[in-house]
Design a protein around this ligand. Structure first.
Ligand code: GRF
Length: 217
């Protein structure tokens, strides 16, 4: 069974979506640990409530990023995850820690990458005047929000949207997107080869479109 480690800094609604999908039998996987850089992350409480081992490590206790990441990922690795999912994990990860886990480290980002990297993606989308927005699950590489995209979920930008309403619409699609993407990992269908995403052994030319057929509000 696929062993998932989840990295989260805050609210943890994506973590909760995974917990719920596993409990409902919609995702054949096990969350082996939840790890945070913030002791007050709601994600840690959600993990504990679900009986999942959860721990945090304070970056301020370390002299530099590499020192923190070495200690942090030693804890993650101790749970022997097949895949490490960053779900609202707000820290940059040092290059060596990323490279050592290439092909096993994924992130969910609230935009249709490569558009709108970084923070405040919903405001960026509104400012750019796009008619469509969404979320992406991608492999993490040292290039921030720049790794190969596995799958995306799209939502319309509606008249009168502000960053909050648009963000809510995207978040509602993030949850099934993350569940469905990790379902592909659980089925052994997705892999990273030569810096390209492969599905069933065939390189993808465009990201998969998942979490579709939803009504939008
Ligand atoms: C999500 O929008 C995710 O895409 C981004 O951070 C947010 C985390 O939300 N990386 P949550 O903590 O899963 O509720």
């Amino acid at each position: 069974m696929l062993r998932i480690a989840v990295l989260a800094s805050g609210r943890g609604s994506n973590l909760q979506a995974l917990v719920d999908a596993i409990a409902a039998g919609r995702l054949d996987a096990r969350i082996v640990g939840v790890f945070s850089d913030r002791a007050d992350a709601l994600a840690l409480q959600r993990a504990s409530a679900a009986g999942i081992p959860a721990q945090s490590l304070d970056p301020r206790a370390f002299a530099n990023r590499v020192g923190f990441d070495d200690a942090f990922f030693a804890r993650v690795d101790a749970t022997a995850p097949d895949v490490i999912a960053c779900a609202g994990y707000m820290r940059l990860i040092s290059e060596a820690s990323v490279q050592a886990r290439r092909g096993r480290l994924v992130n969910i980002h609230p935009s249709l990458l490569p558009a709108f990297k970084g923070l405040r993606t919903h405001a960026q989308a509104l400012q750019a005047g796009v008619s469509e927005h969404g979320a992406s699950v991608h492999y993490v590489t040292p290039d921030l929000d720049g790794g190969p995209v596995i799958a995306q979920a799209r939502v319309p930008v509606l008249p009168g949207d502000d960053a909050e309403s648009l963000g809510r619409r995207v978040l509602a699609r993030e949850h099934p997107l993350l569940v469905e993407t990790l379902g592909l990992f659980a089925a052994g269908r997705v892999a990273l080869r030569d810096d390209r995403v492969q599905l069933d052994g065939v390189p993808l030319s465009t990201p998969l479109q998942l979490a579709a057929n939803q009504r939008f509000a």
